[in-house]
Ligand binder design. Structure first.
Ligand SMILES: [Zn+2]
Length: 188
């Protein structure tokens, strides 16, 4: 039996923290980001290895969360940094592909305000299964549905929500006007 994980991401730190030419990140923010390797069980029931770029102050939290995700076999599609050539920082592509990620120097969709993702302080988990829905009912990614029965979906009863709560993170699934079920953020 082959027990070695499937490699979803194996970027060098420099490539994982490459600048998006259309949204250049200030050097002091970029230098506070750390590339972390993690393991998880994907929907093929195999162990995978991926990478996530996060703020240096949140590395411990991220490792803790993913250790629990792996232990509980909560299925995660893939964990690949936004700078990977498969995504080129495009959040819509990452959401469609159901890719989990953290750092991405970008504004909040539809605004000019920087997202927590711009500081490596927010993580989106299985975004196609846990879409964003605004108060007008527009769903992102397009065509996604939110079905709590499907494995990999996050609900109020999920261990993930309790764990993030205990670490002081905020869950977008509790927002009033819009719901961002994929999104967890932490003020540092
Ligand atoms: Zn998010």
């Amino acid at each position: 039996m082959n027990l070695s994980p499937i490699i979803d991401s194996n970027l060098e730190e420099r490539a994982a923290k490459a600048q998006n030419p259309f949204s250049v990140c200030p050097e002091e923010i970029l230098s506070s980001q750390v590339l972390v390797s993690i393991q998880y069980w994907s929907f093929d029931n195999r162990l995978h290895r991926g990478q996530i770029v996060t703020h240096q102050k949140l590395v411990e939290d991220i490792l803790r969360v993913f250790k629990e995700i792996e232990k509980k076999k909560f299925p995660i599609q893939s964990v690949i940094p936004a700078a990977d050539p498969r995504f080129m920082w495009d959040d819509n592509v990452m959401m469609k592909e159901n890719n989990t990620s953290c750092f991405n120097y970008r504004a909040i969709e539809g605004t000019t305000n920087l997202s927590y993702h711009a500081f490596g302080c927010a993580v989106d988990i299985n975004p196609r299964l846990n879409p964003y829905i605004n108060k007008q009912g527009i769903i992102n990614p397009t065509g996604a549905t939110y079905d709590p029965e499907i494995p990999g979906t996050i609900t109020e009863n999920s261990f993930l929500v309790r764990l993030f709560d205990s670490l002081g993170w905020e869950w977008g699934g509790r927002w009033k006007d819009s719901k961002d079920w994929q999104h967890f953020q932490k003020q540092i």
